[in-house]
Write a protein that binds this ligand. Structure first.
Ligand SMILES: Cc1cc2nc3c(=O)[nH]c(=O)nc-3n(C[C@H](O)[C@H](O)[C@H](O)COP(=O)(O)O)c2cc1C
Length: 403
């Protein structure tokens, strides 16, 4: 099954069922554009043959980054660099989709002291994020237009599809969650209102890109937070997305307050679930009951037999994988060909609960940068150094921009 093709509702065909999930690159310089590092990285992944590659967060507004070093696409000046990048990323004839994103309140204090969010609810995480300001209606309208514009530019720049990032606690996910969306206007309150921003962006992007251009959405199964976005909400949003016409739905979960997609807290998780390596599959099964949208599940897949089994059982259509592309990048082809049964599952743990997600994220962020530079990986990196890696990288980038 892994090597069979999949035709999406828009008519595009993925040539196999393995997707490289979005991995934020943090490689751009002061111009926010993709460069030779992005090209080298994507060319090497493309050579391994996954049927679909999703870029890391591409920002629709360079004032608000998910991480320093993000690519941001606002106007035609980005096109030449985008074209070079997409050429490298499609080297093996696969699909290459741009993941479009706005961070909302999850925007480091080093990037902005005044992030935007649905409501002024601060993200409390080691003092790394400033208190956001609630967006005005005009700012919401502007964000919609930015998503549409960036999507159009990405199509022109050679991407073969886009994915709207509505997961992981970024802006669209903040609007969906009652924990971060306390608005009392048409954009808050009932789920229909909280989903309005995502649904409007989807509708308007579809209109701009046409019915034959792939549009995907990455959605949380839940925030895993008290008072947050829950599974029943997610299933209703899936129904609406299906009606509106999505080509590939990717399910994940968690926010910066609880990075479930990186570090799954297994306390209280059923033994039957724990034994299954892909932790959002239980939710995927519920999605299947309410929707026939092509489904990609990301998070935890490491063995070929398990991936095959999940595909055979029809639990999903596309296997998403992130971290194996960073620690065993040259083995993805072997995995696809059936010559490698299992990727190793490296876990980076400091022993301090508050630092575990930063250590896990930092470790992989560093491997990505080494790979892009053509250097040897540093799998022996200490967990504490890993925990500090992203804040220090952000600081270097921020200072580099200012001086
Ligand atoms: C270094 C790193 C960067 C990531 N960047 C993004 C991103 O830009 N957008 C996104 O949706 N998910 C991002 N993720 C999450 C992955 O797409 C994926 O959901 C997660 O790693 C779980 O899959 P895995 O167990 O196969 O790694 C990132 C993960 C890592 C480790």
């Amino acid at each position: 099954m892994l090597t069979t093709s999949l035709t999406l509702p828009c008519g595009a065909t993925l040539r196999n069922r393995l997707a490289k999930a979005a991995l934020t690159e943090r490689l751009s310089r002061a111009d926010y554009l993709p460069n030779e590092l992005h090209r080298r990285l994507y060319q090497s992944w493309a050579e391994q043959g996954p049927g679909l590659m999703l870029t890391g967060n591409i920002m629709v507004d360079k004032r608000y980054l998910e991480s320093a070093g993000n690519v941001a696409v606002e106007d035609e000046s980005a096109l030449p660099a985008l074209q070079q990048w997409t050429q490298a990323g499609k080297a093996n004839g696969q699909h290459l989709w741009a993941q479009l994103s706005h961070p909302g309140r999850q925007c480091s204090i080093l990037v902005t002291l005044r992030p935007l969010a649905p409501s002024a609810v601060k993200l409390k995480k080691l003092g790394l994020f400033a208190k956001p300001r609630a967006m005005t209606e005009a700012e919401i309208e502007e964000v919609i237009q930015r998503f549409v514009r960036t999507a159009g530019l990405c199509k022109e720049g050679g991407f073969t599809g886009i994915q709207i990032h509505a997961a992981h606690g970024y802006l669209l996910s903040q609007f969906l969650s009652p924990r971060t969306n306390r608005r009392t206007d048409a954009w808050g309150g009932a789920l229909e209102n909280r989903a309005r921003l995502l649904m409007t962006i989807l509708r308007e992007t579809r209109q701009a890109l046409g019915s034959d251009f792939p549009i995907g959405v990455k959605l949380n199964s839940a925030d895993f937070q008290r008072g947050g976005f829950v599974e029943e909400d997610a299933l209703q949003v899936v129904r609406w997305l299906t009606e509106a016409g999505v080509d590939l739905l990717e399910v994940s979960g968690g926010t910066y307050e609880h990075l479930a997609f990186l570090v799954m807290d297994e306390t209280g998780v059923k033994e039957s679930t724990r034994r299954r390596e892909a932790y959002f599959l239980d939710f995927a099964r519920k999605v299947r009951q309410v929707s026939d949208v092509p489904l990609m599940v990301t998070g935890g897949f490491r063995s070929r037999s398990f991936a095959e089994e999940a595909l055979e059982r029809g639990e999903l259509d596309v296997i998403g994988m992130g971290r194996p592309f960073l620690t065993e990048p040259g083995q993805v082809g072997a995995f696809l060909r059936g010559e490698l049964e299992r990727f190793s599952n490296l876990k980076v743990r400091t022993g301090f609960k508050n630092l575990e997600d930063m250590a896990e994220g930092g470790f992989y962020a560093r491997q990505l940068i080494l790979l892009a530079r053509g250097k040897a990986l540093r799998l022996d990196m200490s967990p504490l150094a890993a925990a500090l890696f992203v804040p220090l990288h952000e600081m270097r980038k921020a200072l580099g921009k200012r001086f």
